[in-house]
Design a protein. Structure first.
Length: 385
């Protein structure tokens, strides 16, 4: 049997190391990298340190309940798999493996518009799923995606509003990252040094944007950077009018992903949106943004009674999740953590990432002296410098 090294992974950082080992440099760079100087990305992590936990002692924590309900959907833990474009670049099992592991963990899986497996095929994996939507220039195409998502049983739509043009990810340019990978001397050599990934990639069906294929997508054939694709297909003219339009097209729960300002949160609420994902796209879009965890308290105060708030960006530990819930979030999305697992070992790796996080949340809740997510509130947090 192939050694995956998962038994040597004790936290998400260990899974990251395994992913780095298995992936060619350009693939790992696309997964792990930030935009420009990486300030948003680093801040996502560092900001968690400001929020200190204040444990209560002598509480009976023999039975801690980590389950919750997110927009009416039961979840066994306050974590959600974030939408990630083209996961089959990292492992041929892609979204199927990820959705299966999410279902086994009893949590929600979010499928990207830029999925590498068609949404209908992913929908055939049991378990609750959301569909992440990008606003294409072609509204007819967006309407088709919405109708297909609804017909295939996706429970909620999540409109991403912070990536209507690609972020400036210089490492992708430097590494020659493209879809499909461009065969230069350097990339061929790099790929040869990662035989497991290479075998997987070359022997499995081609990686494409499976939800939106065909002649409607000019530029989807041949070598193209993801940045070029996004720039050609998505519209930078997306506004609140499109949110109003989308609200009319879809009567299920609607979230907006990429909100960081309380005024925008109010605007979303006024237009009948049901939830927000406070996010800077994992530091991959605008550099130097505020960190989602830093704006969470204010946004929760402004709209928390009316909207369900999810946050993402830099969540790597159970304590990160606990802090977010205590400050007013309903759940946290994780992006890279489960994709590190996928990259390292397919479905078993995704399962490992979810198991690790769940075990950490459980242990930390016990050590914090808190028995359920409903009990978790600002009293457990002290804000430091
Ligand atoms: C490789 C990769 C691809 C992504 N693709 C998408 C996408 O297609 N749609 C989207 O809304 N967000 C996308 N994101 C952002 C994630 O949904 C999420 O906001 C981010 O990863 C959270 O930060 P974290 O990776 O630190 O957990 C992507 C992130 C990564 C790492």
């Amino acid at each position: 049997m192939l050694k995956t090294g998962l038994s040597d992974c004790y936290n998400i950082a260990d899974l990251r190391k395994r992913a780095r080992r298995r992936l060619p440099k350009a693939m790992f760079g696309y997964l792990d990298g930030f935009a420009e100087d990486g300030v948003s990305g680093r801040r996502n992590r560092n900001s968690f340190d400001r929020f200190q936990l204040v444990p209560r002692v002598l509480v009976d924590v023999a039975d801690v309940d980590l389950s919750t309900s997110i927009l009416g959907q039961h979840s066994e833990a306050p974590i959600i798999c974030a939408p990630v474009a083209l996961p089959r670049l990292f492992h041929h099992q892609g979204e199927i493996a990820s959705a299966q592991a999410a279902n086994d963990a009893g949590i929600i899986f979010t499928l990207s518009t830029l999925a590498s497996i068609p949404m209908e095929a992913v929908a055939s994996v049991p378990g609750p799923k959301w569909f992440q939507l990008y606003m294409y220039r072609d509204k007819g195409l967006v309407k088709e995606l919405v109708d297909r998502a609804k017909a295939s049983g996706y429970l909620a739509l999540c409109l991403t509003v912070d990536a209507f043009i690609g972020g400036n990810r210089e490492q992708d340019l430097r590494n020659g990252f493209s879809v499909p990978p461009h065969p230069s001397m350097r990339t061929i050599l790099e790929t040869a040094l990662h035989p497991a990934w290479c075998w997987d990639y070359l022997t499995k069906p081609k990686v494409t944007t499976a939800n939106v294929s065909g002649d409607r997508i000019a530029g989807s054939e041949g070598k193209t950077t993801l940045l070029e694709y996004v720039t050609k297909q998505l519209t930078p003219s997306v506004t609140w009018k499109d949110v109003e339009w989308l609200r009319e097209q879809f009567d299920g729960p609607l979230l907006i992903k990429g909100v960081l300002c309380a005024d925008d949160a109010e605007q979303a609420r006024n237009l009948g949106v049901n939830g927000l994902v406070l996010s800077n796209h994992g530091g991959r879009q605008l550099d130097h943004t505020v960190a989602p965890i830093d704006v969470l308290p204010e946004i929760a105060r402004r709209v928390g009674d009316d909207l369900e708030i999810v946050i993402d960006g830099g969540i790597r530990r159970g304590t990160d999740v606990i802090k977010a819930i205590a400050l007013g979030a309903k759940a946290c999305m994780i992006g890279r953590p489960y994709i590190y697992g996928l990259s390292a070992a397919g479905q078993a790796g995704v399962k490992k990432s979810l198991d690790l996080l769940r075990a950490e949340i459980l242990r930390d809740m016990q050590l914090l002296g808190c028995r359920s997510l409903a009990e978790l509130n600002g009293k457990f947090i002290r804000i430091g410098e």
